[in-house]
Design a protein around this ligand. Structure first.
Ligand code: N2P
Length: 342
């Protein structure tokens, strides 16, 4: 505490970083995704206090930002949502000269389809959407989306699906043999039917699953790899399955909101998380990859071999990023989802 105060005072006297007069930053991010140690380190180094507000889905974040009056500076949308935020004018182009650590972005995460040249967002973390299963409850094959789309008797009524529309629709699309963002109405009917038939076997559509899976309050979920690793560390029966029908990869990216008030602080934060040791802190907490060159040296050892993180060779080719759908395909998806949520 004393150290923080001293640092804030020192920076204040330096006078060069005027924005530190306020020293606050409003981060709007997915719940349970932001390392508290990283925030403490950032505050100690810069005097800037970060307030984190949680969301549970891309659609929730988009709706809140679009409604306005939110007061947030930074948001962390998934890959396919970045072009939507740009198109709607909700996030602003980055001044790359204010981000010296931008050069640390791994080449494979630089010219990504959702943000060529990384002019509007910087990597946060990336991973896979698959299934988490309590293998003490269900002993069969877990590398299949039937875990939640046609649950076996052992799991029926004990399955959760996260409220992330594009993940659920995309996994269902791959399951019925379609291509992502399809406009083919025959395929879309199959997607609707498989989801509609499965829903009565779902117990919940909640976001926070790590503890519930570890305690077996929920026995399976469509879920993300890092959180399943965290659940597995609490209960070794919990395992992550990579659906053989195909599964979804994601990267969540930090973007500067068009109406951000704490812009200087936001730049400092974006630059901070692209330092290898800081990117590794994010990963060590949430257990996802980060996309920053040199962070491997600082990663926890248990992540290097974790089956949830190091995708087993046989499943690598089955994962794909969700593209940004055409307006028509997006309309179909929303219609299916709205009907399903009734
Ligand atoms: C984990 C959040 C993962 C977000 N809590 C998936 N896009």
């Amino acid at each position: 505490m004393i150290k923080t105060l001293l640092m804030a005072t020192t920076i204040g006297f330096m006078g060069s970083l005027t924005a530190h007069a306020e020293g606050v930053l409003q981060l709007y991010n997915w719940g349970d995704y932001t390392s508290p140690e990283l925030l403490a380190k950032f505050e100690a180094e810069t005097g800037i206090k970060v307030t984190v507000t949680d969301y549970s889905s891309n659609d929730e974040a988009l709706a809140k930002i679009e409604a306005g009056g939110h007061g947030f500076d930074l948001v962390v949308p998934s890959n396919s949502f970045i072009p939507i935020f740009v198109e709607k004018g909700l996030i602003q182009e980055l001044d790359l000269s204010r981000l010296p650590n931008h050069a640390n972005i791994e080449p494979r995460w630089m010219d990504v389809v959702w943000d060529k040249g990384r002019t509007h967002s910087v990597p946060w973390q990336w991973g896979s959407t698959g299934v988490g299963v309590n293998t003490a409850v269900y002993k069969g094959d877990i590398n299949t989306s039937s875990i939640f789309l046609d649950p076996p008797p052992e799991l029926a009524g004990k399955v959760n699906v996260t409220p992330e529309m594009m993940d659920a629709i995309s996994m269902a699309t791959l399951y019925v043999g379609g291509t992502l963002c399809t406009e083919d109405t025959e395929v879309l009917k199959k997607v609707r039917d498989v989801l509609t038939a499965a829903k009565p076997k779902w117990m919940s559509m909640d976001y926070g699953m790590e503890d519930k899976l570890a305690t077996n309050d929920v026995s399976a979920s469509m879920y993300w790899n890092g959180a399943i690793m965290r659940a597995r560390l609490k209960n070794p029966d919990v395992k992550f399955g990579y659906p053989k029908e195909g599964y979804v990869l994601f990267m969540d990216n930090v973007a500067l909101l068009s109406d951000a008030k704490n812009v200087d602080e936001a730049y400092l934060f974006m630059d901070f998380i692209m330092k290898p040791e800081n990117a590794a802190m994010l990963s060590a907490f949430a257990r996802y990859g980060n996309g920053i060159t040199g962070s491997d040296a600082f990663m926890p050892d248990d992540m290097k071999t974790a089956p949830e993180v190091a995708i087993p060779e046989e499943f690598v080719a089955l994962g794909q990023f969700i593209p940004t759908c055409s307006p028509k395909a997006a309309e179909y998806n929303t219609a299916i989802w709205t009907e399903l949520m009734k």
